[in-house]
Design a protein around this ligand. Structure first.
Ligand SMILES: [Mg+2]
Ligand SMILES: [Zn+2]
Length: 189
């Protein structure tokens, strides 16, 4: 793979998707990966995905916890999983920033920092705003039913490309989705 070859990305929500949902998580002892998270990340890496966490952390803007506490949590996740990047929005919903999901600022930042094949990129999350971020960025969307996923499934008027029980099931569908597409391309030659 050449340096400037574009790589597809998996933009993954943090709370309720990559790790257990904890309201305003700030303590390392409350950080818990799902049992299948490492396996899901491995499959994505094997399939050539860049793995980018995109997380709204308004607890910072609300003064509920220090940004340093969030960085400590990201450092722990990073030591467990070795991902490509973490982007976070520390702002309040009322701040009107570009980065808070469902706005696409974090994805735009990733596009500046990496060479990303947006057309084959996905967002995976447990809230309607995650899926809506994907719609806004015109990438493929996967809703997981962990965290707030069941509420999100009933809220969303437009359906995501994939709805799955959890991150691992979503990743299996996403990597098969790619495989099916590749096979279809091959058979059309
Ligand atoms: Mg979430
Ligand atoms: Zn923001």
């Amino acid at each position: 793979m050449t340096k400037d070859k574009k790589q597809k990305a998996a933009f993954i929500d943090r709370d309720g998707t990559l790790i257990e949902e904890v309201n305003f998580l700030s303590r390392l002892e409350d950080l818990q990966l799902f049992s299948y998270t490492a396996e899901a990340i491995r499959l994505l890496k094997e399939d050539g995905f860049l793995i980018v966490v995109v997380t709204n952390q308004s607890g910072v803007g609300r003064g509920i916890f220090e940004e340093s506490a969030m960085h400590a949590i990201h450092a722990q996740i990073q030591s467990d999983l070795t991902l490509d990047a973490f982007y976070f929005c520390p702002h309040l919903p009322t701040d009107g920033c570009r980065c808070r999901k469902p706005n696409t600022g974090m994805i735009e930042q990733a596009l500046k920092n990496f060479s990303i094949d947006l057309e084959n990129s996905w967002i995976i999350g447990d809230k309607a705003i995650d899926v809506e971020t994907g719609f806004n960025a015109q990438i493929k969307t996967a809703l997981v039913l962990t965290g707030y996923g069941r509420e999100a499934a009933s809220e969303l008027e437009r359906k995501p490309d994939v709805t799955a029980e959890n991150l691992l099931e979503a990743v299996k569908r996403i990597t098969n989705y790619e495989l099916q597409k590749t096979n279809a391309e091959k058979s059309s030659i």
